[in-house]
Each structure stands twice: as structure tokens, then as C-alpha cells.
Design a protein around this ligand. Structure first.
Ligand code: SAM
Length: 301
């Protein structure tokens, strides 16, 4: 079927292909993440159900609810920053990063701020968070979300990540990289054709520069999470393999609260190191969300 020709190239690495394609053609559930800087999950549940919204808790997270209608974005609770509308899969890189209060953390590609505001909430607004976004037209949404959600420990910078200044070293760095976004195909139906080879090649070159700088910015013992919302191994395992070849990074396993797929170790005639199976590939049918890729790396102490 023409519509799926692009994505069909992943059939050999997605074993439960039928479930994958069925999930891709279903509408994406709308999820909200409670902003614990402002309130609690119980409070949001009581307020929104009191207004007639149907909320279903997400089994593997105490911060997420599925909501039946997008009208929830028009409520005073949303305006006051009590929650952030976010795909469930987009919360996983922050859980993998495991930010702690008092740390110094860099979010290298931050707009519109879904993960940055989540990191700040896990830090309970204590410590220092740098939210970096070089694309000028994307900065207003980042700053608006930081303000709306009551984030107080964050400074916004606008460097190209690959040349982010080396003056400071960080306990943790999140590189939620610019990518071909194939995993968002449930909301962007044009992406079901898959990304073009030239876009994937261009993004993969950028991601390789970004991941090296992200790693170099870590303190010894620091943690780097590399994430994308695409399926292309060239942008996922290929980028992480490049880091492993160039630096002494250690690839750690991920303890996700549901079953996901492992990173691939061979794709299109290219072999990746066996460790790459420690990465996670999250497909739309795993948690009824979008698709994503996560790798967690550590710099030796
Ligand atoms: N982390 C964000 C969130 O959760 O809301 C989403 C980030 S989006 C996947 C990738 C971001 O990288 C975009 O905002 C894009 O403008 C930014 N970007 C593009 N080129 C970049 C570069 N050279 N360095 C850093 N960020 C870049």
C-alpha cells in the first residue's frame, strides 16, 4: 500500500508488524502530565472530573492521565500550568534521565519545553537547569511553557548544541535530538510515508555532532540520555554507535515499566555493537502512544 511504503522498510525490525500498523492507524489518545510544581495528580483528577472530563490514569506512571477530549486545553487548570498536554512516550526520556533536586542539568534541544518542564518538576525547582534552543521562532513557546508551569530554576540559552560552550560540566544532559519524527505519524499523517533518505542522512550527520558535544559536557560519572521520536536506525542506533566509537561512553540498560523492543544491532548491511540492544525502541502499540527511541549512557567516573 503506497501510504505505508516508507514505514514498510521497518517491517524486518518490528516483529509484531500487524499490531504496529493497526496502532498507527488509530487516533492518538490525548494524555496530560500533571505538573507537580503546581499541584498533585489527585487535585487535577478531582478538578477535571468535577468539570465533566473523563480521566483514565496511565498504569505505569503516577503523573499521566488519558483525557477524552481536547477541550481540556481550554480550562483554567491548563492556563494555570497544572498540567501539560504531552504524548505518553515523550515522558520516558525524562524518567530515563532521572533528574535529581540540586543537580546541574542541560536540556540541549529544549523547545517547546515538554521535557524541560518535566525535568524541572522532577528537580522540584532545586538546582540549575539550562534549556537550550537555537531556533529563534521556537523560543517563545519554550519560555511561555516555562512561565506557565512555574519553573524557576531554568535559564534559556540559544546555542547550536554542537557548539554549546564548554565552560560548565553537567550532572546530566538530555539530548532530545532534532529528528525525522516518523514516530509522530499518528498525529502527522504525512509522516506515514516515512522520511526521505536525504533528510535522514542530513539529520544523522547533525545528531552525531550533537551527541559528541552532549557527552563532552558531562561531568565524570554523569548521565546522558539520547532520545528521538523516529524509527530510523541511522538516527538512533547509528548515532549512539558513533558516540561509542569516538568516546569512552558506557551504554546502560533501561528499566522501563512496560515491554518495549530492544535496540537493533544490524540494519541495512551495517552492524552496530551488541550493546546497542540495551537501547529501547517504543512503538505505538506498546503504550498506545507515539514512537520513540531512548539510550542512556554514562561517562566513567
Ligand atoms: N525536547 C523538546 C520537548 O520535549 O518539548 C522537543 C525537542 S525537538 C525533538 C528538537 C529541537 O531541537 C527542536 O526544537 C529544534 O529546533 C532543536 N534544534 C535544531 N537544531 C538544533 C541544534 N543544532 N542544536 C540544538 N537544538 C537544535
Amino acid at each position: 500500500m503506497k501510504q505505508r511504503e516508507g514505514i514498510a522498510r521497518y517491517q524486518e525490525i518490528i516483529p509484531d508488524w500487524e499490531e504496529f500498523t493497526t496502532a498507527c492507524s488509530r487516533p492518538l489518545p490525548l494524555t496530560i502530565r500533571v505538573n507537580t510544581l503546581r499541584t498533585s495528580p489527585d487535585d487535577v483528577y478531582a478538578r477535571l472530573t468535577g468539570k465533566g472530563f473523563a480521566l483514565t490514569p496511565v498504569a505505569w506512571s503516577d503523573e499521566l492521565f488519558v483525557v477524552e477530549t481536547p477541550r481540556v486545553s481550554k480550562t483554567i487548570e491548563h492556563w494555570l500550568g497544572m498540567f501539560y498536554i504531552q504524548e505518553a512516550v515523550q515522558t520516558l526520556p525524562v524518567y530515563a534521565l532521572d533528574p535529581q533536586p540540586g543537580e546541574t542539568i542541560l536540556d540541549m534541544a529544549a523547545a517547546p519545553g515538554g521535557k524541560c518542564t518535566h525535568i524541572a518538576s522532577r528537580m522540584q525547582n532545586h538546582g540549575a537547569l539550562i534549556a537550550n534552543e537555537p531556533v529563534g521562532k521556537r523560543q517563545p513557546s519554550l519560555m511561555a511553557n516555562i512561565n506557565r508551569l512555574g519553573v524557576l530554576n531554568t535559564t534559556v540559552t540559544s546555542y547550536r548544541g554542537e557548539s554549546f560552550p564548554m565552560h560548565t560540566r553537567f550532572d546530566r544532559v538530555l539530548l532530545d535530538a532534532p529528528c525525522s519524527a516518523e514516530g509522530t505519524l499518528r498525529k502527522e499523517s504525512t509522516l506515514s510515508d516515512g522520511a526521505t533518505g536525504s533528510a535522514i542522512a542530513r539529520l544523522s550527520r547533525l545528531q552525531r555532532r550533537l551527541i559528541l558535544r552532549a557527552y563532552d559536557l558531562l561531568k565524570p560519572g554523569g548521565t546522558l540520555v539520547y532520545s528521538t521520536c523516529t524509527f530510523a536506525p541511522e538516527e538512533n542506533e547509528g548515532t549512539v554507535s558513533h558516540l561509542l566509537a569516538e568516546r569512552d561512553a558506557l551504554l546502560e540498560g533501561l528499566d522501563l515499566p512496560f515491554s518495549a523492543a530492544c535496540g537493533v544491532t544490524e540494519w541495512s548491511g551495517v552492524e552496530y555493537p551488541p550493546d546497542l540492544s540495551r537501547c529501547a525502541r517504543i512503538y505505538p502499540h506498546h503504550i498506545d502512544s507515539g514512537g520513540g527511541f531512548i539510550a542512556r549512557l554514562r561517562k566513567p567516573a
